[in-house]
Ligand binder design. Structure first.
Ligand SMILES: [Zn+2]
Length: 63
């Protein structure tokens, strides 16, 4: 039990898997999207990187 070949979990690369509200599928590396209250209906939405690009979304950055 001394094998050190397990380096399949590199640190520094968090896997944030979540539901993309734009293509309606689970996706990796989703980001929380900033929407106006009117546009989001008061809910939090997440989008995957491709959808962020296609729909020109703005990732949430506020505190
Ligand atoms: Zn998407």
């Amino acid at each position: 039990m001394d094998e050190v070949t397990q380096d399949q979990a590199p640190k520094g690369t968090p896997m944030t898997e979540g539901y993309c509200s734009w293509h309606n599928r689970i996706a990796k590396d989703v980001e929380r999207i900033q929407l106006s209250e009117a546009g989001s209906g008061g809910r939090v939405h997440y989008a995957c990187p491709p959808c962020i690009g296609v729909f020109k979304l703005t990732p949430y950055s506020g505190q």
